[in-house]
Design a protein around this ligand. Sequence first.
Ligand SMILES: [Zn+2]
Ligand SMILES: [Zn+2]
Length: 158
Amino acid sequence: MMVDETLHGLVERRLREVSQRYTSGRKAVVEVLANAGHPLSIEDIGELAPRLPRSSAYRHLVDLQQCGVVRRVAANDDYYRFELAEDITEHHHHLMCTLCGKVIDVTPTPAFERAMANYLDDLSTSNGFASIDHRLDVLGACATCRQRKLAATAGCAG
Ligand SMILES: [Zn+2]
Ligand SMILES: [Zn+2]
């Protein structure tokens, strides 16, 4: 997503609502996430913003998460990443590698989204539940990990 004054203005307003300031550190974290365009681990953020100490990066992420700017994305308990909230970027889904934690953003077709939303609405209504939104993460193995697995298997056989 574009890193511009619209993005910064939006984040600043959201922080102000909870009496927080949009400090340069928080701004750096938001910029790294927006520029990457996919969920980042703490290690990724450390590499992309080397001047930001990891401990403060983590603190900023937690603060930004609390005011709804950042969302935590987890493949499992060992791997988690961060991305900007969907209402700031756009609605999407994730392909998550449970072996290395890699997360790929995917955007299904509008027809898929409509069909799924209708179906989930029906399921919700029949349970007396009012649905607002949905999340769908696909768990599996990424291309790199699959390749590695194949190589390892070949190694054993040979
Ligand atoms: Zn992987
Ligand atoms: Zn969806």
